[in-house]
Design a protein around this ligand. Sequence first.
Ligand code: CP
Length: 309
Amino acid sequence: MQLSTKHLLGIKDITTADISLILSTAQQFKEVLQRPVKKVPSLREVTIVNLFYENSTRTRMSFELAEKRLSADTINFTASASSVKKGETLLDTVNNILSMKVDMVVMRHSASGAPHFLAKHIPAAIINAGDGINEHPTQALLDAFSIKEKLQTLEGKKILLVGDIMHSRVALSNIYLLKKMGAELMVAGPPTLIPKYIAEALQVKVEYNLKKALEWCDVANVLRIQLERQNQVLFSSLREYNLAYGVTKKLLDGLKKEILIMHPGPINRGVEIDSDVADGHQSIILQQVENGVAVRMAVLYLLSGSKNS
Ligand code: CP
């Protein structure tokens, strides 16, 4: 079985069959990761560059570990410590790296569309590790994997995305993916952080009352307020945001059911989520991080066209 695409630039452009193949391959790699010897030789002849133009903890380390578990050769590039600081362009940087015989590029960039631009100009396979406010496809894949692991299926499940929908690439990739896989989607948050087009264009429910949104869902994926991407004041204060939209234990205890709590990280404790919820028994936040390695192994393996399968 093969993916229908050479790159993973976003969830919008991949098929339901691609998503199912990545999730089932990730399940096999998750089993490998439970063994005493967690390494397989699948990408022994493949060299991968992790090209990070924006900060990251989880995604970067998860890709690095996935590459090592697959026996790939890896090099790491951090824009802030590179010749980008001397004015070198993205395309020059990447062409110089590729001349060292690199096969695949994992790329995070603050500009939406940066990996799509690169895909038009270079021969290597590109994996989008988050581009601006556009997409974060591997986050959506690991979120879907984690929901499926807990609830067996995505079909018919009610998934809530709560918080800064406007600036969230995680939200967009999750909406594309979960809708393709038959889930029902709702977004919740302050009106200023929810794009006006979203209900009609993406066919999602919109709710401005957090309690009602939590009563509706099976899973709440809580998103961070992305202060670094906001160039105007979109809510009065973090304290007031927490009072209206913070997910608290009191809110969860008031529901007639137990829902799953997710968060892509990094968490702003006491803003969008309280510590006793983030660390509570309904939270699968660290399981999301664990599953990220298996999901990224699957993506790398399937896009490599591996010679060692
Ligand atoms: N979830 C996520 O993308 O986290 P990082 O920014 O730490 O990679």
